[in-house]
Design a protein around this ligand. Structure first.
Ligand code: G1P
Length: 297
């Protein structure tokens, strides 16, 4: 397993591709961006931003599209709301997580939906010449009680090995065709060397059942590779293809997150996340457990 000799540059910026149409959640997503649908009482995007902040990331770069500006507004100050609440003696601390340091929430537009790789490339001018993180907010990653979040675990590993990192998890082999899949090399604890990456392979061609689960730390060189705008699986510009080209010239590792992952891109996964988070909340867990038991008869 390769390690970089000097301390790698810190991860200060995160890109959140949020331009998707969210058609799987229509009609809910006709007006409301999918990323603003609540899991209990926080929009989905809030979980990803909280995870980024926990990992020490300061700058949030949203790659948005038409009808998605509500996401940026969510991280603005709602002056009238806060003033009215304060006048009524109400506690506004529930809004603290939505506040951003001025200038640290940035939106760029992806004008045409040409794929995840294209969405990330749209953020190239803001990312500049530094390593950066990517969060796919559909993948909701929840830390164990008392443990750290997925990106924090990745940043800690990155400080040791540098280069590029993706989060991975194992799925039943028949599901690999929906994901990016790694060809694994040597493993040490939670870290595995990545020898190859392939986007949405047929089951017969999958190099493993370890799929890329929506968290990345990448070196800025990936932007130059994405600039070629080559089409891959599904005719889209795939991030996976550009990442695959970094293997060999830079360290590339996968981290198996010690925690839970919910696929909020699917309705069942969204309900699962909602239920799991509600059950774990001290303010409602007990009541939700009793309710679920009642419903299940
Ligand atoms: C994207 C990535 C894929 C990754 C997946 C995780 O696919 O292209 O490599 O495994 O997210 O959710 P999408 O879900 O956009 O088809």
């Amino acid at each position: 397993m390769s390690a970089t000799p000097s301390r790698p540059k810190p991860i200060r910026k995160a890109v959140f591709p949020v331009a998707g149409l969210g058609t799987r959640f229509l009609p809910a997503t006709k007006v409301v961006p999918k990323e603003l649908l609540p899991v209990v009482d926080r929009p989905l995007i809030q979980y990803a931003v909280d995870e980024a902040r926990e990992a020490g990331i300061e700058q949030m770069i949203f790659v948005t599209g038409r009808g998605k500006t509500g996401i940026v507004e969510h991280f603005d100050i709602a002056f009238e709301l806060e003033k009215t609440m304060a006048e009524r003696g109400r506690d506004t601390s529930v809004l603290d997580c939505t506040r951003a340091v001025p200038g640290d929430v940035i939106a760029v537009r992806q004008q045409v939906p040409l794929g995840l790789g294209h969405a990330i490339w749209c953020a190239r001018a803001i990312v500049g010449d530094e390593p950066f993180a990517i969060f796919l907010p559909d993948e909701l990653m929840v830390a164990r009680a008392g443990g750290s979040g997925c990106m924090k675990q990745m940043v800690e590993a990155y400080e040791e090995v540098g280069g590029n990192l993706v989060s991975v998890l194992e799925v039943p082999i028949e599901q690999v065709s929906s994901y990016g899949v790694i060809a694994p090399g040597e493993s040490r604890g939670k870290l595995t060397e990545v020898r190859g990456l392939v986007e949405k392979p047929p089951v017969s061609a999958a190099p493993s059942n370890k799929i890329v689960s929506g968290r990345y730390i990448l070196q800025p060189e990936v932007m130059g590779l994405l600039a070629a705008q080559e089409r891959g699986a599904g005719g889209e510009i795939q991030l996976t293809d550009a990442m695959a080209k970094l293997i060999g010239s830079q360290p590339f590792h996968a981290l198996t997150f010690d925690g839970a992952r919910y696929d909020c891109g699917s309705k069942v996964g969204f309900v699962e996340a909602t239920l799991a988070i509600a059950l774990s909340r001290p303010d409602m867990g007990e009541a939700v457990r009793a309710m679920a038991q009642r419903l299940l008869g």
